[in-house]
Design a binder for this molecule. Sequence first.
Ligand SMILES: Cc1cc2nc3c(=O)[nH]c(=O)nc-3n(C[C@H](O)[C@H](O)[C@H](O)COP(=O)(O)O)c2cc1C
Length: 344
Amino acid sequence: MNLCHTLGITKPIIQAPMAGVQNWELAVAVSEAGGLGSIPCGMLTKEQILSEVNNFRDRSEKPYNLNFFCHVMPAIDHQALKTWEQTLKKYYDSLSVNPPEKISGLRVPFDSSVADILEPYKPPVMSFHFGLPPADLVARIKSWGTVVVSSATTKDEGIWLQENGADVVIAQGSEAGGHRAMFMTSDPSTQVSTSELLACLKKALSVPIVAAGGIAASSDIKALLKQGASGVQIGTSYLLCDEAKTSDIHRDAIKSKNSTTALTNIFSGRLARGISNELMRDLNYISDKAPEFPYASITLAPLRAKAESQNQADFSPLWAGTNRSGCREISATKLTHDLWAGCL
Ligand SMILES: Cc1cc2nc3c(=O)[nH]c(=O)nc-3n(C[C@H](O)[C@H](O)[C@H](O)COP(=O)(O)O)c2cc1C
């Protein structure tokens, strides 16, 4: 099945949903260019989700993708939070801040109450990170005619997603910025490059596969389409675009010639790729003291807020992929047109 036909788009380019750095504006800019704009909903309240959808629909009649997390929410482990707090104590002291008094602002998984508010809209596309929602919810979403998309990082995850209702599978290679979509393993050594993962999923799946991770130029898109991808999903290259809400410290880190990226679990409890900063280096990138996702971020919040107020990026997750050469300070509409024009 042709991906453009399935998604109702004219260019096989999906703008990756990127929670915390973009809203409907980036999505409109990409959808209007003929790609698929995505709205990250994983950190939004129900009211905010509806506001995002309405803002998109007020400005564009093109298809859009709503993205959600679908992890299983673990019970709060107060002991693990205390241990994490002790690990971070020296930073609290140096920045003169206190640990948070209550747990708030957590990433919560998609559930039936969110499906209730979205049902009248019947979103054209919905994508998920960390697997898929429970089977009854997937069936309900599909009954609206919505195309269901999710990311795989291994062959087994791809097969599971296809068997459990994904209409399109994203092959998220290890170059990708942001959280690894891993949901059947937490072992970093299982993670392979975009091209390697695409080759292995092509042999195992019959649904369309979208390649993601490290795509920064038309030549990257061309090579992956030639290798059998039905389309591409691009995140990092959109981070400097006019319509992105990327913070100034994040933009500066992306533009820095000396920056490098690494996988870390310290900002949320799950593996994610971001630009290396002081906290990542100091805690050796992957810490067994970080509480389970999504709780690790709570304890860090006061440090991040204080450091950012002083224009420091040392405690912020600076999510970005390995390839930042395609980041341009132009409209995302133009970037999408340019990327595709170079493929023709
Ligand atoms: C800043 C940032 C935030 C991200 N947030 C999300 C998210 O909320 N949901 C999601 O499914 N993927 C998220 N991702 C991962 C992307 O979906 C995608 O896998 C990745 O951007 C592709 O690699 P690239 O960044 O090298 O283009 C994020 C990536 C970045 C760079």
